[in-house]
Design a binder for this molecule. Structure first.
Ligand SMILES: [Zn+2]
Length: 271
């Protein structure tokens, strides 16, 4: 049985390739997060109207991040966010709260997930950059809000994408907005190279979002708690699953190994 358990441990340690978007594994605290498009945004150079952009959100969340039964995160297409006459989302620099090099006019700290088209040349120093995403509002170890910007510079490569590719890019950026970094797995939506069209998440994306937003089993008394209840430090960037997720897998592995070992004993009896 020991050997089987060790093999299982090796498997779960080597099975993950996803990384986190920040070195402390921040996530949204609440599990229902709204996704908005700002009311002042214009996306002509990205080949979209504001309403076409809003229409891309539903498939970008419902065909990807909302499909994972082992994740408690639920994203919602919340429509147009009225930002009055504020055009900073279209023009200004997007900075993380730790970036001291960011000194120009910056996009304000947001709540939830905000999407806009933007033509700032610091954000997009090349037409080939399709989009950038930064969680720019944190409270402790939690993300309060993230901004997704689509390249709206004249000549933007985003404009040349098919609708399916645009949805895939938006889904990838929303992956960053919820706390995921890039994956080394070519089948992952969060793959670090150009992804083309993706119709669903890869296993590595599923592992990542499930680790960041684990489902808790309050009713049957098996496991309880959320990622916010963890005592120890989160794994460093790129070092695999959360502690809670890891130990849940270890517990499952233990049960599985015990059962398998019993079964093998039985089998030996009759062999
Ligand atoms: Zn990316």
């Amino acid at each position: 049985m020991k050997l089987i358990f060790l093999i299982f441990l090796f498997f779960i340690n080597s099975a993950f390739a996803y990384t986190l978007n920040n070195n402390f594994g921040a996530t949204f605290k609440k599990r229902k997060v709204n996704v908005y498009v700002t009311s002042t945004t214009t996306c002509a150079n990205a080949g979209l109207t504001i309403y076409e952009l809003q229409d891309l959100i539903s498939p970008a969340i419902n065909d990807f991040w909302n499909t994972v039964p082992t994740s408690s995160l639920q994203l919602k297409n919340a429509g147009i966010l009225d930002v009055g006459s504020d055009t900073s989302y279209n023009d200004n620099e997007l900075c993380s709260f730790t970036d001291s090099a960011c000194t120009g006019a910056v996009i304000p700290a947001v709540k939830e997930i905000i999407i806009a088209c933007n033509d700032n040349t610091t954000n997009f120093d090349s037409n080939n950059i399709l989009a950038v995403t930064i969680p720019n509002n944190f409270k402790g170890r939690y993300i309060n809000g993230s901004v997704v910007l689509i390249n709206n510079r004249n000549g933007s490569a985003f404009k040349k994408l098919t609708t399916k590719e645009k949805i895939s890019v938006l889904a990838h950026e929303i992956g960053h907005a919820i706390g995921l970094g890039h994956s080394a797995e070519s089948a992952a939506l969060m793959y670090y190279k150009t992804i083309g069209t993706r119709n669903f998440l890869g296993q590595d994306d599923i592992d990542g979002v499930s680790a960041l937003y684990p489902v808790t089993f309050d009713g049957c008394g098996l496991f309880k708690g959320s990622i916010g209840d963890m005592k120890g430090p989160l794994p460093p960037k790129g070092k695999g699953p959360s502690e809670e997720y890891f130990w849940t897998l270890v517990a499952l592995g233990f049960i599985a190994s015990a059962s398998l070992s019993k079964l093998l004993k039985r089998f030996r009896k009759y062999a």
